[in-house]
Design a binder for this molecule. Structure first.
Ligand SMILES: *Cc1c(COP(=O)(O)O)cnc(C)c1O
Length: 357
């Protein structure tokens, strides 16, 4: 007995955790700063923490009401019908639902390279094939319609990340529309806005007013600080929104997650503080890192440091965990999450010491 042929499947490489690194290096976890997974440096919204504590006592029942409440609240915020909001177990769970809803075996999808590994993984789980469009460092990783369309060849799903991980660049809405116009009638343009809250520009959700071929992904993992509860959602066109009922896992998001999400949405202070600090931290890194950085619209900055694996290793010995971007195909870059002001200052100072030695 064996599983099906999984040889083309890759394994997701998450940023390293504090406990893992502390144990390996014999350091105190409290002395480590983790800036490797774009998590919220302030932790979860305190309102969400209280809601999680409250929800503990109702963990025995299926999350029927909370699931509906959160869906309705999000629908209200975005001005769409509740059916158009697809909750999932993290944004990643929503990527799975969309692949499940769209792909016939052998259908191809188009993903960015460098880019978020889970797009291709999810498509392969659903018996899809994966092609790439290429972002070029020579071009400062520019995101425009030509970059995507020059590699488009009839794929069923085109994944756009805006702001992009790991570069921090973003698409203008015009470019997204152009891509949707130029791709096939049955092509879905999936705009991943996992970092959408970190810039002021309009969301691609606007495009759903007039189009049936664009869907948008959002998550509670980044700005709301709820990566550990696993909660995300898609906003999809009304025309096929009812597909959710046919592809989702029953009770896609847990009672605890839904209650946490509902509370976090009302905690403007936490979200504002997170977004403002990230903006400060980005500027600080552009100014003070002694290496080339790219302007970012997200809660991280990509820096060209030479030997990324070596630099990340040495930084880790100094208690700073950053993301070596070798697995993204950028062995000369590290991605540094925006920490608190203190964390950012400490990370930059250690990085500069490593770079000068
Ligand atoms: C973090 C992230 C997601 C979603 O992560 P979840 O924790 O599963 O919600 C999606 N896309 C990109 C590009 C991300 O960086």
């Amino acid at each position: 007995m064996e599983p099906r042929d999984l040889s083309s499947h890759t394994v997701y490489q998450a940023g390293r955790g504090i406990e893992e690194v502390a144990r390996e290096l014999g350091l105190d976890p409290d002395d480590l700063v983790k800036l490797a997974s774009n998590e919220n440096p302030f932790g979860p919204s305190p309102a969400a923490v209280a809601a999680i504590e409250d929800a503990a006592g109702s963990a025995h029942s299926y999350p029927k009401a909370s699931h509906a409440d959160l869906t309705e609240k999000l629908a209200d915020e975005w001005g769409v019908a509740p059916e158009q909001v697809w909750l999932g177990n993290g944004g990643d769970g929503v990527l799975d639902y969309l692949a499940r809803a769209m792909l016939e075996p052998g259908d191809e999808v188009l993903v960015p390279e460098p880019g978020f590994a889970y797009y291709g993984m999810s498509a392969r789980f659903h018996h899809g094939e994966v092609a790439e469009y290429h972002l070029s460092k020579d071009d400062d990783f520019a995101l425009n319609s030509e970059t995507v369309l020059s590699d488009y060849d009839g794929q069923r799903i085109v994944y756009l990340t805006s702001p992009h991980n790991p570069t921090g660049k973003r698409f203008e809405l015009d470019a997204i529309e152009e891509i949707a116009d130029e791709t096939g009638d049955d092509a879905l343009v999936l705009v991943d806005e996992a970092y959408g809250e970190f810039h002021d520009g309009p969301s691609a959700v606007e495009l759903l007013e007039t189009r049936d071929d664009v869907a948008v992904l959002r998550t509670f993992s980044k700005v709301y600080g709820l990566a550990g509860v696993r909660l995300g959602y898609g906003v999809v066109p009304e025309e096929w929104a009812d597909a959710y009922a046919r592809v989702n896992t029953p009770f896609a998001a847990s009672e605890v997650a839904c209650r946490a999400g509902l509370a976090a949405l009302d905690d403007d202070d936490h979200a504002e503080r997170t977004v403002e600090t990230a903006a400060w931290s980005r500027e600080y890194m552009y100014e003070d890192v002694d290496a080339h950085t790219w302007e970012s619209h997200a809660n991280f900055v990509l820096a060209e440091v030479g030997d990324a694996a070596g630099v990340a290793d040495e930084l880790q010995r100094r208690g700073i965990i950053v993301r070596d971007c070798t697995s993204f195909g950028l062995p000369e870059c590290v991605r540094i999450t925006c920490g608190t002001k203190d964390e950012t200052r400490r990370a930059v100072s250690e990085l500069n010491e490593v770079l000068s030695s």
